[in-house]
Design a protein around this ligand. Structure first.
Ligand SMILES: Cc1cc2nc3c(=O)[nH]c(=O)nc-3n(C[C@H](O)[C@H](O)[C@H](O)COP(=O)(O)OP(=O)(O)OC[C@H]3O[C@@H](n4cnc5c(N)ncnc54)[C@H](O)[C@@H]3O)c2cc1C
Length: 479
């Protein structure tokens, strides 16, 4: 993966930059020794690593503004970082950058149950947002599988989704407002406590902008009443394509489950060895969950099981109690960790129309044979959000490159099937060079013109999202 040559002028001023950052932040908030900055050398796309110039951990919006103002003045690139769980390399440093981590911005600022919102600092973890309101029977809907660790900052930047987003939508559908600091240090507020703010939909622009436009320090999030109950049903099939066709039929029938999750044989066997969830011996498995009052759940599950029976399932197992429901979800929730136990892997993320699931799954199988690399499929099938996990050997020369080439073919397949490159993990560096498969140069120019408005010197997270040759002149103008 190509990254721009670090700016020598910035590198040579390291001690001066560190000193000036120390002058605007409390003691201990600037991390600069070689051994300490290693903690920030990569995110969850661990194939690529580069220690930053230094890292800063501000604890307030004003401290974030002071850091950005100073870096702007000194011409130093800044890479914002939440919890570093990005699978697209969105928080990967460059050698000449300051990592701005928001982990210390983790407070709850306001909860309003009447108007159904919570205002939090952006470093707060996703799961702890629900933790702050569950006593009152409320929850925050977007639930990335990384929710124990990932921060609202990263969720907003990547427009993250999760297993239950089929019904509730992704981050953009649950975000009401942000406080954000621009690269020159200006503090700005967009949106607020009302669902639809006046004027241009700038909030829609910020959500999913991958740390390209500003540093989000606070977020106002929609919270919802917990449903009366929820129940999953596990469906086992002999064939990936048949399971894919079953998903398409459920969606077509107009019933709206909260989640439809898919796992193929490699994932089923591996998670079974790891988490012992009691999954059946089959080639493809769906977990379909519905929620509501008990009668509502019965009615929806009856319809869903009728559809599944037409696809000749190996087993249909409806959870009879909470313990069984937890066991059905256990394997799915352990899948990423389980695959990580058997192999290095790259987790892809692309979206396709649900109706093309059978064709795309078949073609991924063919590509796996052609490239000679195993692929495990585990994903949010109801949204058409694919997560092929390509297994490779990081110690075998050439294997990473082979894996990248195969990943590129799969992501292009998603685009060609009428879908898109970005499911929920964003573009980062992982999909940066594939953007030209989805967009014409004119489209990219318009997207980059938006960045010009917010960050004219291209100092915020500059080597991400846009192909390097498309953005070269803009980045050079900044030097
Ligand atoms: C095991 C595992 C499972 C996952 N499952 C899911 C899933 O189900 N759904 C899903 O959507 N994702 C998933 N992810 C990916 C990842 O968790 C999400 O992209 C998450 O939103 C990243 O949050 P983070 O706080 O770790 O952000 P980081 O990785 O720190 O950063 C991500 C991006 O956000 C930018 N950013 C960070 N902070 C700010 C800020 N304050 N202002 C502006 N930009 C900022 C960064 O520059 C970077 O571009 C998973 C990851 C792992 C490792």
């Amino acid at each position: 993966m190509e990254m721009p040559t670090p700016n020598q002028n910035v590198l040579s001023r390291k001690s001066q930059i560190v000193e000036r950052l120390q002058s605007v932040l409390p003691i201990g908030a600037v991390i600069h020794t070689e051994s300490e900055v290693r903690a920030y050398e990569c995110d969850a796309l661990t194939a690529y690593k580069c220690p930053p110039l230094c890292a800063v951990l501000p604890a307030s919006t004003e401290e974030v503004a002071a850091v950005l103002k100073l870096c702007h003045e000194m011409g130093v690139p800044v890479v914002p970082r939440g919890s570093g769980t990005s699978l697209a390399g969105g928080a990967l440093p460059t050698a000449d950058c300051v990592i701005l981590g928001v982990a210390r911005l983790n407070g709850v600022l306001e909860t309003n149950y009447e108007d159904r919102y919570i205002r939090v600092q952006s470093g707060r973890t996703n799961l702890s947002v629900t933790g702050a309101v569950e006593e009152m029977d409320f929850f925050y809907a977007p639930d990335p599988s990384s929710q124990l660790a990932c921060a609202i900052a990263g969720n907003v930047a990547m427009n993250s989704g999760g297993a239950h987003c089929l019904k509730y939508g992704v981050t953009t559908n649950n975000l009401m407002g942000v406080k954000m600091v621009l690269m020159d240090g200006t503090i700005t507020e967009i949106g607020g406590e009302n669902l639809d703010a006046a004027g241009l939909d700038l909030l829609g622009l910020i959500c999913g902008s991958e740390g390209q436009l500003g540093v989000v320090t606070e977020a106002t999030l929609r919270i919802l009443r917990k449903p009366e109950g929820a129940r999953p049903v596990l469906m086992a099939f002999n064939d990936n394509e048949v399971a894919g066709a079953c998903v398409a039929d459920i969606i077509k029938a107009g019933v709206l489950p909260v989640a439809i999750e898919f796992m193929d044989r490699l994932c089923i066997e591996t998670t079974e060895n790891y988490a012992k969830a009691g999954y059946p011996d089959c080639n493809a498995l769906l977990i379909v969950e519905v929620e509501g009052a008990p009668e509502e759940i019965d009615e929806q599950l009856a319809l869903i099981k009728d559809i599944a029976r037409k696809h000749d399932p190996v087993e249909l197992r409806e959870a009879q109690d909470e313990e069984e429901a937890a066991r059905i979800w256990l394997g799915r929730k352990s899948a990423f960790g389980a695959i990580g136990q058997i192999s290095d892997y790259m987790c892809l993320d692309g979206t396709i129309p649900v109706s093309s699931l059978p064709m795309v799954l078949r073609r991924i199988g063919e590509l796996s044979d052609e490239f000679g690399l195993k692929v495990g499929n585990v994903f949010h099938a109801g949204d058409g959000n694919m997560h092929p996990l390509i297994c490779y050997d990081a110690n075998k020369p050439g294997d990473l490159e082979l894996c990248e080439a195969m990943g590129a073919e799969i992501l292009k397949l998603c685009v060609d099937a009428g879908g898109c490159l970005t499911g929920e993990h964003g573009v980062g560096i992982e999909k940066r060079d594939l953007m030209t498969h989805q967009y014409a140069q004119q489209d990219l120019d318009i997207q980059m013109a938006v960045k010009d408005v917010f960050d004219p010197e291209w100092l915020l997270n500059p080597a991400k999202v846009f192909p390097l040759d498309s953005s070269a002149s803009r980045r050079m103008a900044a030097e």
